[in-house]
Design a binder for this molecule. Structure first.
Ligand SMILES: NC(=O)c1ccc[n+]([C@@H]2O[C@H](COP(=O)([O-])OP(=O)(O)OC[C@H]3O[C@@H](n4cnc5c(N)ncnc54)[C@H](OP(=O)(O)O)[C@@H]3O)[C@@H](O)[C@H]2O)c1
Length: 347
């Protein structure tokens, strides 16, 4: 077992939480296992000898304070984040420690920026929402692709998922976000979020080989519309999803991911194709890998490692691309992500 500092993981026994706990151990950190259900914590500890578990509820401030006692940082993996983010951030600020979460909920991420920017800055600490596949990875890729550009006209993030077997947490997060927007759709255009009732367009996206052109749903809006405009001057941010994966997600009988390898990853593969345009010039960057839940763990843990070792660029609430050196961060994930800059772009 490692001897690095204690990293609290709230929602440690969830699907993503387990990947995060495993990744922390692999990197020599000591995860402190937090969650609201004592039985699930006990079951987790049985498989993680030597680790400590503490029960804590978002409705009980004192339990959160006890749970974070001695932790150097907290990663929140328990969603819906509309319910868990604010109480956990408040507890992290009371404890004087940084906070990272994996929230994919647009409105919850906006709330984090709106409510905690000042308190986090005043506390001299950093709060990083959406430090995961959706929100975090797209932001790092767009930031890296922009290079020396300080502004762009458009950013496009196309998700080429081979399939999408959603966890219960993903489905609940989708339902909560849907309720919060009154069933309306959302997109980021002309420098702001716009709620609308238009049908979503279906188009072809030219993913690089070997995936090639795929039918995608346009304006399949993900957390990148919060993270990217939080620090980059890009008035149009659009995200796209392979039609097949979008259909999987909304199927009434959608099944949860099943493990196919020793790391617990599913067979799902992903390509994230990022294109930024400025004055007619394009820059592009592509990342590929396996399992969108599993990849969220190295993303969150790399963030933790950089925060704990002082490799950050700002304080307050900030997204991955604003806090970290994006190209360097992406290179550090080379054992999990294949990065590629297509020829003929990046003028
Ligand atoms: N941005 C991204 O790319 C990304 C990637 C991965 C996950 N996520 C998000 O992370 C969340 C978890 O996903 P998952 O795949 O791990 O789902 P999951 O396996 O269903 O786990 C959900 C976890 O959240 C906990 N939880 C739910 N409500 C809670 C509450 N009120 N208080 C405390 N704990 C609560 C659950 O605990 P109980 O079992 O006690 O209910 C469980 O530990 C989802 O919101 C998902 O959208 C985002």
């Amino acid at each position: 077992m490692g001897s690095g500092p204690n990293v609290a993981v709230f929602g440690a026994y969830g699907h993503t939480g387990r990947f995060v706990v495993a990744e922390l151990r692999e990197r020599g950190y000591v995860p402190l296992l937090l969650g609201r259900d004592q039985d699930k914590l006990l079951a987790l500890v049985q498989n993680q000898p030597g680790l400590e578990a503490r029960r804590a509820s978002v409705d009980d401030k004192a339990s959160l304070d006890r749970a974070l006692n001695g932790a150097t940082i907290v990663i929140n993996c328990a969603g819906p984040f509309a319910t868990t983010a604010a109480p956990l951030i408040e507890a992290a600020l009371r404890a004087g420690i940084p906070y990272v979460d994996v929230a994919a909920e647009i409105e919850a991420n906006l709330d984090t920026f709106a409510h905690f920017a000042e308190p986090a800055r005043a506390a001299g600490t950093v709060v990083v929402p959406a430090m995961a596949f959706y929100g975090g990875l797209g932001d790092l890729l767009v930031t890296a692709a922009m290079g020396d550009w300080t502004a762009a006209d458009e950013a496009h993030i196309a998700y080429g998922l081979s399939s999408w077997h959603p966890t219960a947490g993903t489905r609940v997060a989708g339902a909560v976000s849907g309720q919060r927007r009154g069933g309306r759709r959302v997109r980021y255009t002309r420098g702001r979020l716009e709620y609308h009732d238009n049908a979503l367009p279906t188009l072809e996206w030219p993913f690089p080989a070997p995936l090639g052109a795929q039918s995608v749903i346009g304006e399949f809006t993900m957390a990148d519309v919060v993270t990217i405009p939080s620090h980059l001057a890009v008035p149009e941010v659009r995200t796209y999803m392979t039609a097949k994966a979008a259909a999987d997600l909304s199927a009434p009988d959608a099944s949860a991911p099943t493990a196919v390898d020793e790391r617990g990853r599913s067979a799902q593969t992903f390509v994230v194709d990022v294109l930024v345009r400025s004055n007619g010039t394009e820059r592009r960057m592509v990342a590929a890998g396996q399992d969108i839940y599993a990849i969220s763990a190295p993303l969150a843990v790399e963030a933790v490692d950089r925060i704990l070792t002082g490799r950050t660029r700002t304080i307050g609430v900030a997204s991955a691309g604003a806090v970290f050196d994006a190209p360097d961060f992406l290179r550090a994930l080379s054992s999990h992500l294949t990065l590629h800059v297509p020829l003929g772009t990046n003028g």
